[in-house]
Design a protein around this ligand. Structure first.
Ligand SMILES: [Ca+2]
Length: 100
C-alpha cells in the first residue's frame, strides 16, 4: 500500500513540479468485431501471445461460468483487433475454474 502511494505521488506530483499538466482520459472498451466485449461481472483480462505470432492475444476469464475466453489478435499490438473467441479446452471439454 505504501509503495502504491509513493508511486501515485510520483506520477501526480512530478509532472506538476515540472510545470506539465497531467491529462487523463476515460476508460476505453475493447471491441470484438465492433461490439464491446462483455463477460458480465469481474472479467479478468490479460494479454499474452498465445499462438506465438508475435502479437499479444486477449485471454479473459469470466466470473459467471468460470470459463476462459481466448481472443486471437488479428491486428498489431498498438491497435489490437479481435473477431470472436474460443473457450480454453482440455480433452475437447471447456476448461472451467472455480467461480462464485
Ligand atoms: Ca498472438
Amino acid at each position: 500500500m505504501q509503495k502504491l502511494f509513493v508511486l501515485a505521488a510520483v506520477v501526480l506530483f512530478v509532472p506538476l513540479a515540472l510545470g506539465v499538466t497531467p491529462r487523463f482520459t476515460g476508460p476505453e472498451l475493447i471491441n470484438d468485431n465492433g461490439t464491446p466485449i462483455d463477460v458480465g461481472y469481474y472479467g479478468a483480462p490479460t494479454m499474452y501471445d498465445w499462438n506465438q505470432d508475435s502479437t499479444k492475444d486477449l485471454i479473459l476469464g469470466q466470473y459467471d461460468s468460470g470459463k476462459i475466453r481466448l481472443y486471437l489478435n488479428q491486428g498489431p499490438d498498438t491497435a489490437p483487433a479481435f473477431n470472436g473467441y474460443t473457450f480454453f479446452q482440455s480433452g475437447g471439454v471447456d476448461v472451467t475454474l472455480p467461480y462464485g
